[in-house]
Design a protein. Structure first.
Length: 480
C-alpha cells in the first residue's frame, strides 16, 4: 500500500517538539500545533514543504525534492524560508508573529513560533459579516505598526488577507504567514503559482514589470478592511485593470459609496486611496495612512475585539454541516446554517439547532456526533427530549426551536466490526484529515464500527470527500 501522507504524523518529534495536530496546509508549507516538551508550552511550527516540488520519504519525516530537475528550486526556496525565520526573529512587536528559533533537519526546515488562543479574522467574519469603524481600527492599528517595522527592514508580507490576521483572545491582533519562500520560488525559474490572493493582491503581484514595495502591502490591508466593511472581498485587481483598459469604469464599488453612514468620510476615503488599482496612485508608505487609524475620544480601548461570547467557527465543521444538511434541504442548507450561526453561542449549540432539520433520528444522532471530535459535545442518551437552551451569558433566545429527541445509539452493534491494523487506521485518518480536516478521526472510527471489512469502510468514507476524483484516489490508495 502506498503511503499517502505528506503531513507529519501526530506524535512525531522534531527535536523536543511533539506534533499535536495540523493547523493548516498551504502551497508552500504546513503549519502544526506542537508541544514543547522542555518548557511544557504549546508552539506553532511551520514546515517548509512546497507543494508540487516536495515529497515525503517513506519514513514519514524526511523531505526531498520531487525530482532531480526540481532540486535547485527546492533548495533555493529552502534558503529563503530560513531567511524568513531569521528576519522575523528580529521583530519584537505584538503585531507580528514571534519566531523563537528555526530548525534545519530532515531535508527541510521548521520555523518555531508562539501559539496563541484566538481566531483568524476570516472565521470571525463568517459570523459577524462586517465590523464597525472602531473595531476595524482596533484590528488594523497593530498590524500597520508591525508593517512599519517590516518595511523598515526592506521586507514585504505580500499576502495580507483575513485568514492571515489572527485575533488573539488576549492581546492585539497579529499578522501571520510571511511569504519569503513563496516569493523566492516565484522569482526563481518558472512560476508555480501567482503570488498573492485574488481580491487582496494588487496588480503588481501579477506582473514581472511593475516593482513591489510598501504600497503592495498597503493594497492588501485596504482590501482586507474593505472586506470587513462590506462583507466581501474587493473585485480582483486583474478584473479592475482589464475593465479600465477596455475603457469601462472600475467595477469595484468604492468604499465611499458603500452607503455606511456609521463610518467617517475621512476613513472611507483613506480606504479607497489604499485600494487605488494603479500602484503609483497609492500611499507610498504606511506612515501616510497610519494617522487615519487613530481612535477619537478618550478612555482605554480594548486590545482585542473578541469577547467571551465570540466563537471560533471551525471552517471544516461548517463545511461538513453543509454537506450533511444538503441531503435534506438542498440549496437551502447554506442559508439555514448562516441563520443558525446568528442564533448560537457555540459550535455545540449550532449543531443542536441544525439537528432539528433532520427528521431521521439515526441520521440526526450521527450528525450530532460529528461535532464531538473538535468540541467534545456529549450526545445525551436519556429518553426525555433535549431542550435547546441559549448560553446564560448571551441574549439569544432559541428555546422556541423544536426539541431534539435522543435515544441510545446502538447501530454499532448491528454489524460485525471490521478489524484494521493500527498503522493502516492511522494512514486512513491522516489521508482523510488532509482533505476534510478534524472530522477525520471521528468518521474513521464510525466507519470501522459500522463496516464488516476494510473495503466497506473505505467505500463509506470515500463518500465524505467532495469530488469524484478525490473519492477515486482515496479508494485506489487503500483498496488493492
Amino acid at each position: 500500500m502506498k503511503n499517502p501522507l505528506y503531513t507529519l504524523k501526530i506524535g512525531q518529534l522534531i527535536e523536543n517538539y511533539q506534533i499535536k495536530r495540523v493547523l493548516g496546509v498551504g502551497g508552500f508549507g504546513i503549519t502544526y500545533q506542537a508541544h514543547d516538551l522542555n518548557l511544557d508550552v504549546a508552539v506553532a511550527i511551520k514546515e517548509y514543504f512546497p507543494h508540487g516540488l516536495a515529497v515525503r520519504a517513506p519514513d514519514g519525516i524526511q523531505v526531498e525534492a520531487k525530482s532531480p530537475k526540481d532540486k535547485d528550486r527546492f533548495n533555493y526556496g529552502l534558503h529563503r524560508f530560513m531567511d524568513e525565520a531569521r528576519t522575523l526573529a528580529l521583530f519584537k512587536n505584538q503585531g507580528i508573529v514571534r519566531v523563537s528559533r528555526y530548525i534545519e533537519n530532515h531535508g527541510t526546515a521548521y520555523i518555531i513560533m508562539d501559539y496563541e488562543e484566538g481566531v483568524p479574522l476570516s472565521r470571525y467574519l463568517m459570523r459577524c459579516k462586517t465590523l464597525n469603524e472602531a473595531e476595524i481600527k482596533n484590528v488594523f492599528r497593530p498590524i500597520l505598526r508591525g508593517l512599519v517595522l517590516v518595511h523598515g527592514k526592506d521586507y514585504l508580507h505580500r499576502d495580507v488577507k483575513p485568514s492571515n490576521i489572527y485575533l488573539r483572545k488576549k492581546g492585539p491582533p497579529v499578522l501571520l504567514d510571511f511569504g519569503a519562500a513563496r516569493e523566492a520560488l516565484n522569482q526563481h525559474g518558472r512560476k508555480i503559482t501567482s503570488l498573492g490572493t485574488h481580491g487582496y493582491a494588487p496588480i503588481e503581484q501579477f506582473s514581472t514589470q511593475e516593482p513591489q514595495g510598501p504600497w503592495t502591502d498597503i493594497y492588501g490591508v485596504g482590501a482586507t478592511i474593505y472586506h470587513c466593511m462590506s462583507g466581501m472581498a474587493p473585485i480582483p485587481a486583474l478584473d479592475r485593470i482589464s475593465a479600465l483598459h477596455a475603457g469601462n469604469k472600475d467595477p469595484m464599488v468604492a468604499a465611499t459609496r458603500l452607503k455606511d453612514n456609521t463610518m467617517s468620510e475621512e476613513f472611507l476615503s483613506c480606504v479607497d486611496w489604499m485600494l487605488s488599482v494603479q500602484s503609483k496612485e497609492r500611499p507610498r508608505d504606511i506612515s501616510e495612512v497610519i494617522d487615519f487609524f487613530s481612535l477619537t475620544g478618550t478612555g482605554n480601548k480594548p486590545k482585542t475585539i473578541l469577547t467571551e461570547k465570540d466563537v471560533d467557527w471551525d471552517a471544516e465543521l461548517i463545511a461538513q454541516a453543509e454537506r450533511h444538511l444538503a441531503k435534506y434541504l438542498g440549496p437551502l442548507s447554506q442559508t439555514v446554517i448562516k441563520q443558525s450561526m446568528n442564533q448560537s453561542n457555540s459550535i455545540e449549540e449550532l449543531y443542536q439547532v441544525l439537528g432539528t432539520y433532520i427528521d431521521s433520528t439515526t441520521d440526526r444522532d450521527l450528525f450530532m456526533r460529528s461535532v464531538q471530535t473538535t468540541s467534545s459535545l456529549s450526545v445525551q442518551t436519556s429518553s426525555s427530549p433535549l431542550s435547546i437552551q441559549a448560553s446564560s451569558s448571551g441574549s439569544n433566545n432559541i428555546d422556541s426551536q423544536p426539541s431534539v429527541p435522543t435515544h441510545e445509539i446502538t447501530e454499532q452493534n448491528t454489524v460485525a466490526v471490521c478489524h484494521i491494523d493500527t498503522e493502516t487506521e492511522l494512514l486512513i485518518k491522516n489521508h482523510l484529515a488532509a482533505q476534510i480536516g478534524p472530522l477525520a478521526n471521528m468518521l474513521v472510527n464510525q466507519a470501522i464500527q459500522k463496516s464488516p471489512d476494510l473495503i466497506s469502510a473505505i467505500e463509506l468514507l470515500s463518500e465524505e470527500l467532495p469530488t469524484d476524483k478525490q473519492k477515486l484516489i482515496f479508494r485506489k490508495t487503500f483498496i488493492d
